[in-house]
Design a protein around this ligand. Structure first.
Ligand code: ADP
Length: 634
């Protein structure tokens, strides 16, 4: 056989396997059996629509054969098999499925070993126990088979061979025993049985082995005969069908991590068993972190769909609303027919009923988590909270009722147990001041930025709590909500916010009215960027600030105009320049209006630029500002 080289990455991984010091080498069996089961799944799927597959569900099996003399362990399946090219690509390169991102960093050796433990590395793990591996495979529909053979990292050979039926036979020639590792144990009936119970019990196809049993010899007391028996080693009961009490948390975690390719255990396991009009079992998981592509277009939501233990669809997206798209898991229902098509599924009433029930269940579990395990919930929220907020925004706010108590915000609240903790709307409204009618918030890129906005400073100084909207979606979501239990939201940078006494309000109103001409002059000097200029009494120390009128805040204007499809159709906030009527600058502009209008025009521009800077907005014309300020200095 001609020797071919493995791809670089595969070679590295192989090297690691061959020289592995990993103590749970036994997982190799789980990996090979899982591949065999997948291969049978594939052929079984095909049989649903292809009459040329003559095998029935009961004909499928995985067979284990230990041979002590030859020192080999053979794992055989009658699944879809592989063509010669497939053997070459599948076993010559490390899994391309993206399920396993191999870390090359030598400092991360330990972490790599951990990865092997948590969800294995597929076929190559067999090199932890074998010094030579032969794979004979025949793809369904092909006449001939192919043989692939390798002794490890220095390459593999491939050639055609005879094979009677479709499927794959993998023969491991076990390494010599050492003081630390007794590889020959893997040829013992007892060890094999134990490993299969431990790792592969729920595999839905029988894993069979010829075993030996002693039976009393007929007619002669006390004597025994050894008989051979073809024994099925796995119970074939899927983990989700077992009683809750039968399955440990670790087993659920292991199942989740292996099936959904996650390094981390799930934050929460949710199991729902429904009986009556619609019968199903759902086993759902809330992941501990967002997948790298979660907030991209490539992410596909969905739950695996099973019909009585047989998978009929890998990702059924109709089972999950977008706002719960982070949930992983499966639904197994005996009510669904096995060969139901995708189109039919979409209209399936049963499926809609299940989806509705799951939605309720997930929301309920999240609420429980928020109430009982706040730190876990915040971890969850930091990963997936944006998605919940999008959920409130989507479909014209239809899901407000379901989601409004699940969203959290950053806040100015000081009584938080620790910095960075989030608050819910229920908490916010629960401690609102008596005279406070609205829920105050302010938007900006970061907490620091928001805190330095003049209006925010003054509202906090007056003892009110302000929610900090640091995410783009925040303000859009609450605009869609409109209110939370009749309490409306108010951006503290809106010009309608006025927390002063009736008397002060009156004073301000009169002042603004009497200076209307001056403000008109100032606005015209600044240009058409502004809706108006006016006095405010809401600022503590700052001379000026920007606010907005109408529905679009300055922050929203920024976000909307940044969006890819915003070109041409620029959205404009109705921006207001507010001048602190108690600041010395107020007197100054009033006197300039009487004595030096040219200077007031320049001052107006400078004040506007200052307000932009204070509110974290970009300056349209920095050079002009620089020249104006210089003009004042010399
Ligand atoms: P993974 O299973 O994570 O994709 P593996 O290295 O275990 O990675 O296997 C690589 C590929 O080889 C599989 O995706 C599958 O296409 C193929 N393969 C492995 N074992 C078998 C088998 N017994 N029958 C058919 N194909 C197999």
């Amino acid at each position: 056989m001609e020797k071919k080289q493995f791809k670089t990455e595969s070679k590295k991984l192989l090297d690691m396997m061959v020289h592995s010091i990993y103590t749970h080498k036994e997982i190799f069996l789980r990996e090979l059996i899982s591949n065999a089961s997948d291969a049978i799944d594939k052929l079984y799927f095909r049989s649903l629509t292809d009459d040329s597959v003559s095998l029935k569900h009961d004909d499928y099996e995985i067979r284990i054969t230990p041979d002590k003399e030859a020192r080999t362990l053979t794992i055989e399946d009658n699944g879809c098999g592989m063509t010669q090219e497939e053997l070459e690509t599948n076993l010559g390169t490390i899994a391309k499925s993206g399920s396993f991102e191999f870390k090359n960093d030598p400092d991360k050796e330990d972490e790599n070993i951990d990865i092997i433990g948590q969800f294995g590395v597929g076929f190559y793990s067999a090199f932890m126990v074998a010094d030579r591996i032969t794979v004979e495979s025949r793809a369904f529909g092909e006449e001939k088979g192919s043989r692939w053979e390798s002794e490890g990292a220095d390459g593999y050979g491939i050639e055609s061979c005879e094979k009677e039926t479709a499927g794959t036979v993998i023969t491991l020639h076990l390494k010599e025993d050492t003081d630390d590792d007794k590889y020959s144990d893997y040829l013992e009936e007892y060890t094999i049985k134990e490993l299969i119970k431990k790792y592969s019990d729920y595999i839905r196809y029988p894993i069979r082995m010829i075993t030996e049993k002693s039976v009393p010899k007929e007619g002669s007391e006390g004597e025994f005969d050894t008989v051979q028996e073809d024994e099925t080693l796995n119970s074939m009961i899927p983990i989700w069908k077992k009683d809750l009490s039968e399955v440990t948390d670790d087993e659920y975690s292991a199942f989740y991590q292996e099936k959904f390719f996650d390094f981390e255990p799930p934050l929460r396991v949710i199991r729902q068993k429904a009986e009556g009009t619609s019968e199903y079992i759902a086993l759902l998981f809330i992941p501990g972190r967002a997948p790298f592509d979660y907030y991209s277009k490539d992410f596909e939501k969905g739950l695996s769909l099973y019909s009585s233990g047989v998978m009929i669809m890998e990702k059924c997206k109709d089972l999950l609303p977008d706002y719960f798209s982070f949930v992983k898991g499966l639904v197994d229902s005996s009510d669904l027919s096995l060969n139901i098509s995708r189109e039919m599924l979409q209209h399936d009433r049963q499926l809609k009923v299940i989806a509705k029930a799951l939605e309720k269940k997930i929301a309920g579990e999240l609420t429980k988590m928020l109430d009982e395990e706040r730190d876990v919930y915040e971890k969850f929220f930091n990963n997936f909270g944006t998605q919940l907020k999008w959920g409130i925004y989507s479909d014209y706010g239809m899901h407000k009722g379901l989601l409004q108590d699940l969203i959290l915000f950053k806040s100015s609240y000081e009584g938080k147990p620790e910095e960075g903790t989030l608050v819910s709307l229920k908490e916010y409204t629960g401690r609102m001041k008596e005279d406070q009618e609205k829920i105050f918030y302010a938007s900006g890129g970061s907490v620091e930025k928001i805190k330095s906005i003049p209006q925010v400073e003054s509202v906090i100084a007056k003892g009110y709590e302000v929610l900090f909207f640091t995410e783009d979606i925040d303000e859009f979501a609450i605009q869609m909500m409109r209110n939370y239990y009749e309490k409306e939201f108010l951006n503290v940078c809106k010009d309608s916010l006025n927390l002063s006494s009736e008397e002060d309000k009156e004073k301000l109103k009169n002042e603004n009215e009497s200076k209307a001409d001056m403000f008109k002059f100032m606005k015209e000097s600044i240009g058409d960027k502004l809706a108006k200029v006016k006095f405010t009494n809401a600022l503590e120390n700052h001379p000026v600030c920007l606010s907005s009128e109408g529905d679009i805040s300055v922050e929203m204007e920024n976000i909307l105009n940044k969006m890819p499809d915003a070109q041409g159709q620029q959205v404009k906030a109705e921006t207001v320049l507010e001048i602190n009527m108690n600041h010395p600058i107020a007197k100054r502009i009033e006197s300039l209006y009487e004595t030096d209008k040219d200077k007031l025009a320049d001052y107006s521009k400078i004040l506007y630029a200052q307000a932009c800077l204070i509110n974290g907005m970009p300056l349209e014309n920095p050079t002009e500002l620089s020249e104006l300020v210089c003009g004042l200095m010399v």
